[in-house]
Design a protein around this ligand. Structure first.
Ligand SMILES: [Zn+2]
Ligand SMILES: [Zn+2]
Length: 256
């Protein structure tokens, strides 16, 4: 199904930049976003909290990551979620354009994460309802694009236990409650839901999986609540080192 969708994308889309509509050069015709638009994305840069990568505040205890599970040692985002970067995420999520993941991953590829050379990439899963609606998990598309750049495998270690409401309109407290207990690790015995089709399949998680450095992959970091909850589920299953990487980071997290 997905390959059919990709093939249709290729046939139907003119070779122009999704964001500015400029024609793409022959060299870039496999891309969705042109060079100019990608260079407009504003990188998230140090100084920042060494753990969560949030560039504020630089005094006292960081409020963003204070309550994170111990296993979640680092989170980094490639660019600020503004203007063109926001449109690109929108296209990835709602535009039915999983191919744009390669352009987003190119902005994420240089992010420094602990144990990256030996890590497994773990996409943050969608709930079953949203997955049916969208037809693909945008975080998995990103993880697969990153995996091609980093030459590390994508392992779907997590499943959502339920659909959660969209985080966008929620206060920080409501976000925490919304995602609390929302993730479980896939287990070898029962086999959990197959993320793509909703069928049951025996998914055997190798016992060594949780000893490796794991890197959670998601599209956007807003308050970090979703990533922290996903890391908590991995930690419960025995993971020692989890880090997280996102394409975008929300400009003003509403912590007040
Ligand atoms: Zn462009
Ligand atoms: Zn922090």
């Amino acid at each position: 199904m997905r390959s059919v969708r990709n093939a249709l994308d290729q046939l139907l889309l003119p070779a122009e930049c999704l964001l500015c509509r400029a024609l793409l050069s022959f060299r870039d015709c496999h891309r969705i976003v042109c060079d100019v638009c990608r260079h407009r994305w504003r990188p998230v840069r140090a100084p920042w909290c060494a753990r969560c990568g949030q560039p504020e505040p630089l005094f006292g205890r960081c409020r963003v990551c204070a309550d994170w599970p111990a296993a979640l040692v680092r989170a980094r985002s490639a660019v600020w979620l503004e203007a063109g970067a926001r449109d690109a995420v929108h296209a990835l999520k709602y535009g039915g354009l999983p191919r744009i993941a390669a352009d987003l991953a190119s902005a994420m590829a240089s992010l420094d994460l602990p144990g990256r050379g030996a890590a497994w990439l773990v996409p943050v899963p969608l709930g079953p309802g949203r997955l049916r609606e969208r037809g693909y998990n945008q975080s998995e598309s990103l993880a697969r694009a990153l995996s091609r750049r980093w030459n590390r495998p994508v392992v779907e270690l997590l499943a959502r236990t339920r659909d959660t409401v969209t985080q966008t309109a929620l206060t920080p407290e409501a976000r925490l409650a919304n995602v609390a207990g929302a993730f479980e690790t896939r287990n070898a015995e029962g086999g959990t839901r197959n993320g793509r089709t909703g069928e049951c399949s025996a998914f055997r998680v190798p016992s060594s999986a949780f000893q490796r450095p794991l890197i959670l992959v998601d599209d956007v970091f807003t308050t970090g609540a979703t990533l922290a909850e996903a890391a908590r589920a991995l930690e419960r299953a025995g993971a020692g080192t989890v880090s997280a990487v996102t394409f975008g980071r929300a400009l003003v997290p509403d912590f007040t």
